[in-house]
Design a protein around this ligand. Structure first.
Ligand code: PLP
Length: 398
């Protein structure tokens, strides 16, 4: 077998260099642990960037996918299939939304949400110059629509022009939103908890003011739940904490727990007055394998009381991270909700993350100075203790 070094060399010769990858070739997983091809074990507090909620090598999940593979994987959206129908019913039930469109990724879900909002506005007045308000420091994906509403110029600059008619406001600053609103505004779009931008949860007053504004002006509220959704904050969808409902929402990542799926969901009002036959489509979205993945994920969420675990273990993680904030001068603060947390440092965190990897702990950043904690949602307090013990040794070695 090739060595890890050889594989990495091969990868760097063959793959387009769009990532500065950590120098590890991962091979398999079990529970909350990953193993590299040399057998080294890692405690995983990244979960494939907030994807693998149920932990690795979950037998029921694996069996459900294997069964579906043996039946049929793909049929196209010209026909109905039972896994997608069941998945749509379940996702409606857990979200309280009314209509579902399945995609293959988060970015595609955002694209669909933008199209639905523009079409809704177009049907009202027939004009095609509507505007969307998004937030600074947001991240919505790499396709052109998603990139256009991503509030970090670094990601957009070289690829201009964007889709246009997007204005940016400041997260948790209602006045800054008001400044951008005009008669052309068709939607306000943001992550309920900003992920890549540095783990910023929407404040309750901000969320409620925006909802009220949207209702008054018939502006659509679009919430991106791709990273913060699926139980991660202790609610199935993070917006459920605020007692509001968006007009459109996006979901992906943990929805398929590794099978590439996403969805955008709409209220009946928006569903009935936006995208219609021929307006939008996808070859793979909602195929039987994707449907089977969503079904088993949502079943296992219920069976394993995932949300309860997030509430309990999330509170414990907060407590332990707060202890680190008090102990280490280089840590400025902690932000987050449930099992989506960030530790804000006074310096870049790259070295600490590399040290952690050497010591068998997988962490990721969110921006230069923030360590992000988005572990599988099945972690226990013991795993949190194991993580903080390793992290301490890295901080002590700084
Ligand atoms: C909030 C948010 N929206 C959208 C996306 C894009 O999702 P994908 O990478 O599946 O296209 C991400 C990915 O990190 C995300 O965190």
């Amino acid at each position: 077998m090739e060595t890890m070094k050889q594989y990495i060399e091969d990868a760097e010769k063959a793959l387009l260099h769009t990532y500065n990858r950590y120098q590890v070739v991962l091979d398999k997983g079990d529970g909350v642990y990953l193993y590299d091809i040399e057998g080294k074990k890692y405690l995983d507090f990244c979960a494939g960037i907030a994807v693998f909620a149920l932990g690795y090598n979950n037998k029921k999940y694996n069996d459900a996918l294997k069964n579906q593979i043996d039946k049929v994987i793909h049929t196209s959206n010209y026909y109905y299939n039972v896994p997608a129908i069941e998945a749509a019913k379940k996702i409606k039930a857990v979200s309280g939304m009314d209509r579902v469109f399945f995609t293959n990724s988060g970015a595609e879900a955002v694209e669909g949400a933008i199209k639905a909002a523009r079409k809704y506005a177009y049907l009202k007045d027939g004009s095609t110059d509507h505007e969307i308000i998004a937030m600074e420091h947001s991240f919505h994906g790499r396709t052109f629509g998603a990139l256009s509403v991503t509030g970090n110029p670094k990601y957009r600059e070289a690829f201009a022009p964007m889709i246009g008619n997007v204005r940016f406001a400041k997260m948790n600053d209602f006045e800054s939103v008001i400044e951008q609103v005009n008669e052309k505004t068709c939607a306000i779009l943001f992550e309920t908890v900003q992920g890549e931008g540095g783990i910023y949860p929407a404040e309750e007053a901000f969320m409620k003011s925006i909802k009220k504004l949207c209702e008054e002006k018939d502006i659509l509220l679009i919430l991106d739940e791709i990273q913060c959704g699926m139980g991660r904050t202790g609610y199935m969808y993070a917006w459920q904490r605020y007692g509001i409902r968006p007009d459109i929402m996006t979901t992906a990542k943990a929805l398929g727990c590794g099978i590439p799926v996403g969805a955008f969901l709409l209220t009946e009002k928006v569903g009935a007055n936006s995208l219609t036959s021929g307006d939008h489509g996808t070859t793979y979205g909602g195929n039987p394998l994707a449907g089977a993945a969503i079904n088993i994920v949502l079943d296992l969420f219920e069976e394993n009381h995932i949300i309860d675990n997030v509430k309990e273990t999330g509170a414990y993680l907060e407590k332990k991270l707060d202890e680190l904030v008090r102990e280490y001068d280089c840590i400025e603060t902690r932000r987050g909700a449930g099992l989506m947390q960030g530790l804000v440092f006074d310096r870049p965190v790259g070295d600490i993350i590399t040290k952690a990897l050497d010591r068998g702990l997988i962490l990721i950043n969110a921006g230069m100075n923030i360590i992000r904690f988005v572990p599988p949602l099945i972690i226990t307090k013991e795993h949190v203790d194991e993580m903080t013990a390793i992290l301490r040794t890295c901080l002590d070695a700084e």
